[in-house]
Ligand binder design. Structure first.
Ligand code: HEM
Length: 370
């Protein structure tokens, strides 16, 4: 940590500003508290995903604000303004494509972070509240993907939203209310676009900032879980501090993710379909790839018919959500070593394999339909 220079030393402007703020808000103490957090068992690459998620969110906010300088959220102009960003604004294609691939990266990293926390048993006592707030953050990340998809107002956007809202409509008691609240009319139109836009650029970011703050506060209260193997003495002996080793790993992780998003934006830029119309023509509606596994499993025979669709679209996902909420309270054993938790390991492998199979089969199905 930087020390107050001894009398007679010339201070740079930056040091003077730092001292000025420090005298008023205790900046030195605050930075020391943030950076000197102990990481039991030492820094690890496995712990980088939480910080990467914060980084991606900040970049999504920056690129989102820049996009808003040109985007017009009306049914008449949304498509044309998105085309304008893609074809007329300098590097607009890169900005929009970065934002698009940034959302994909956020979904991938939230799955990676959740998997790490699950496999390391970091949801167990005393970290139950961090896990619960994390689940809300997960819902917000998915909400960003769902609401952002409509904004370009092309056929893909329009029909993915139509299918998504129809699925939501099947929820007992609140489904009809939710669908009407989101759509604002019988078919997606201006009201839907306005509502999705406000949720995407105001409601979800505000909620994410608040919940991420709470997540980190709870994390600092409970402290990091550390590795799942090793005696307390071994972990203590290997303890690192957040600065510099863990921060270094986090920054490398952020740089890799940033470079990957830029590369994807460059090689696979966003291309719009035709402007949205209430007639799908020969377009086969399909959600964003990270919702594909949900979409594909609804095509299974067992989920056909009104009741089957309810089971597949609402009952099963809700049951899974309820299980995830209850997880830290059902699994009360203090054992965190994943190799000694065969049920947890098997469930995680089965879940990942089924997501992979359903996603790949949806993609194959799409090629076949096209
Ligand atoms: C936008 C989404 C999220 C952000 C920005 C975020 C951020 C973070 C950060 C920065 C940490 C501190 C250390 C680390 O990186 O491991 C952390 C820890 C943690 N997060 Fe998240 N997180 C998010 C989503 C989630 C989700 C979806 C879950 C699980 C449902 C979750 C559960 C946890 C738990 C249990 C810890 C404590 C880990 C430990 O002590 O080893 N987080 N999160």
């Amino acid at each position: 940590m930087s020390q107050t220079p001894s009398a007679g030393t010339q201070l740079t402007v930056a040091e003077k500003v730092f001292d000025f703020v420090d005298e008023r808000v205790g900046l030195r103490l605050l930075t020391a508290k943030m950076l000197n957090e102990a990481v039991p068992g030492g820094s690890r690459w496995a712990y980088v995903f939480g910080s990467i998620l914060l980084f991606i969110f900040i970049m999504q906010a920056v690129t989102g604000v820049l996009l808003m300088l040109y985007y017009v959220p009306t049914a008449d102009h949304a498509y044309a303004s998105t085309q304008y960003i893609l074809h007329d604004v300098d590097y607009g294609w890169f900005l929009l494509s970065y934002h698009f691939w940034g959302s994909t990266a956020m979904v991938v990293c939230v799955f990676a972070h959740m998997s790490q926390v699950f496999l390391w048993g970091a949801y167990k006592k005393p970290r139950e509240l961090i896990w619960l707030v994390g689940l809300l953050l997960f819902a917000l990340v998915m909400g960003f993907g769902f609401t952002g998809y409509l904004l370009p107002w092309d056929q893909r956007a329009y029909w993915a939203t139509t299918v998504g809202v129809e699925i939501m409509d099947k929820t007992p008691l609140i489904g009809d209310f939710l669908a009407r609240l989101l759509k604002g009319g019988a078919t997606p139109g201006q009201m839907t676009l306005s509502r999705f836009f406000v949720i995407h650029v105001m409601v979800l970011p505000a909620a994410l900032i608040g919940l991420a703050g709470l997540h980190l506060f709870l994390f600092r209260c409970a402290g990091p879980g550390g590795p799942f193997r090793g005696t307390p003495q071994e972990l203590k002996a290997k303890t690192d501090y957040f600065f510099p080793r863990q921060i270094w790993k986090d920054v490398v992780g952020m740089a890799v993710v940033f470079a990957s998003i830029c590369a994807m934006a460059f090689w696979e830029p966003v291309v719009l379909l035709e402007e949205a119309t209430p007639d799908p023509g020969d377009y086969h509606p399909e959600p964003e790839w990270y919702f594909l596994f949900l979409f594909q499993h609804l095509r299974l025979k067992m989920f056909s018919g009104e009741f089957g669709q309810f089971l597949g679209a609402i009952a099963f996902p809700s049951l899974l959500g309820a299980l995830l909420i209850a997880l830290p309270f059902i699994d009360r054993s203090p054992e965190r070593n994943i190799f000694k938790r065969p049920i947890a390991l098997t469930l995680w492998v089965l879940f990942m394999v089924s997501i992979l199979i359903f996603t790949v089969s949806a993609i194959i199905n799409r090629e076949f339909l096209d």
